[in-house]
Design a protein around this ligand. Structure first.
Ligand SMILES: C=C(O[C@H]1C=CC=C(C(=O)O)[C@@H]1O)C(=O)O
Length: 376
């Protein structure tokens, strides 16, 4: 692997089609595709990637897992891959992007109705305990979007998050997620489930009150606990030791507060790669719901679009099995002169449709704010 002392340079050198993940633990950029692995079966996927890494001597594989577990992943053995430290500085600025048209999909009122329908299902005793409902915002521009030009500003605007860009067939998935699905370094694994959200306020007093309200909210704590329990349950069979804090903490992004739990563990078998572990966790109830199958079917019935890679996972895995996978949220798919932004919210029996709509608006603001586009 090339030596790259300047992490900001890796971001600046991004070209369409490349893979980029820039987060607190470092920066990875990969280019080219010597091979693409698209097997949805988690064991087949991890096995084929491990074999290709061993056979080719490539330093790592990188790519994205889709939201739906039966859809095809896009994991690439790149021609080149460069790793560097964390991007330490950067200047957020206006991107110059001005949409000529914008369309919420569905309209806000229809999303709130879908939330109300989900709440009725959650209360009807059929067993569904949580479901995440997403909506999209389509933006049209007068000229093709210059994705590389957007990335330095996205990193600078989200200094504590994970900025990513993944070249997919026909589109680029780009975003700045606060959520670590899974990392593995040697035998040490970490996961950082987030769930439970309050929009932030420009008024410091109101902002503090929003954070305190979130930490005290029984609805949000229950929504969060469902995710923590599912992540711990999925990791436990792979781990010799697992530490799961009993209480969540607050974390902030530029637009929202979240409840957060940092889970750490030790893998029992070092042959189990970060990619295999990420597939075992995904989709967590932070993006899907619980039980998973019922939530998938409610999402299929209520969301008027295919999520594709939104709310999937983005990351990399090396030949030793180490790697880092983040939850693909606060993101958009850019293709030509169009961009589709996505935002979802965890719906519980006590959810208020208007509050969930406001929460998704605040989540859209992660990208809109970083690109200097007026909020919805
Ligand atoms: C599904 C999304 O966020 C998830 C992650 C953190 C908090 C969430 C929530 O409070 O609903 C969601 O579970 C999204 O941003 O599109």
């Amino acid at each position: 692997m090339d030596d790259a002392p300047d992490p900001a340079g890796l971001v600046a050198d991004y070209r369409p089609g490349d893979f980029l993940l820039a987060g607190p633990s470092g920066t990875v950029r990969a280019a080219g595709a010597a091979a693409v692995v698209a097997d949805p079966d988690p064991d087949e996927l991890a096995g084929r990637v491990a074999k290709l890494l061993a056979d080719t001597g490539a330093p790592l594989a990188a790519g994205a897992l889709p939201f739906r577990p039966d859809a095809a992943p896009h994991v690439v053995i790149p021609d080149t891959a460069v790793r560097a430290g964390r991007v330490r500085s950067g200047r957020a600025g206006r991107s110059g992007l001005v949409p000529v048209a914008r369309r919420p999909v569905p309209a806000g009122a229809a999303y709130a109705e879908a939330v109300a329908t989900a709440v009725r299902t959650l209360r009807d005793g059929s067993g569904l305990r949580k479901v995440v409902l997403a909506r999209a915002l389509d933006l049209d521009f007068a000229a093709p979007i210059d994705v590389p030009a957007l990335l330095p500003g996205l990193v600078a605007a989200n200094p504590n998050g994970y900025t990513f860009a993944v070249g997919l067939p026909g589109a680029t998935l780009l975003g700045a997620t606060p959520e670590l699905l899974l990392s593995r370094r040697g035998r040490v694994v970490a996961a950082n489930p987030l769930a439970g959200t309050r929009p932030r306020s420009a008024d410091p007093g109101l902002d503090r009150a929003a954070a305190a309200g979130l930490l005290a909210s029984a609805k949000d704590r229950a929504e969060h606990r469902v995710v923590v329990d599912a992540v711990a349950e999925a990791l436990r069979p792979f781990c010799a030791a697992l530490t799961v804090p009993a209480e969540p903490e607050l974390v902030e992004t530029p637009t929202v507060w979240h409840l957060s739990t940092a889970i750490t563990g030790t893998v029992a078998d070092p042959e189990v790669s970060s990619l295999r572990l990420a597939s075992a966790l995904h989709p967590t109830p932070a993006v899907c719901g619980t039980p998973t199958d019922s939530a998938l079917s409610v999402i299929g019935g209520l969301e008027p679009f295919d999520r594709g890679f939104y709310s999937g996972a983005v990351g990399w895995c090396d030949a030793a099995g180490d790697g880092e996978w983040v939850v693909a949220i606060r993101c958009a798919e850019a293709a030509g002169a169009r961009m589709r932004l996505f935002a979802g919210a965890g719906i519980m029996p006590a959810s208020d449709p208007a509050a969930e709509l406001a929460e998704t608006t605040a989540k859209f603001a992660t990208l809109l704010g970083a690109f200097g586009i007026d909020p919805e």
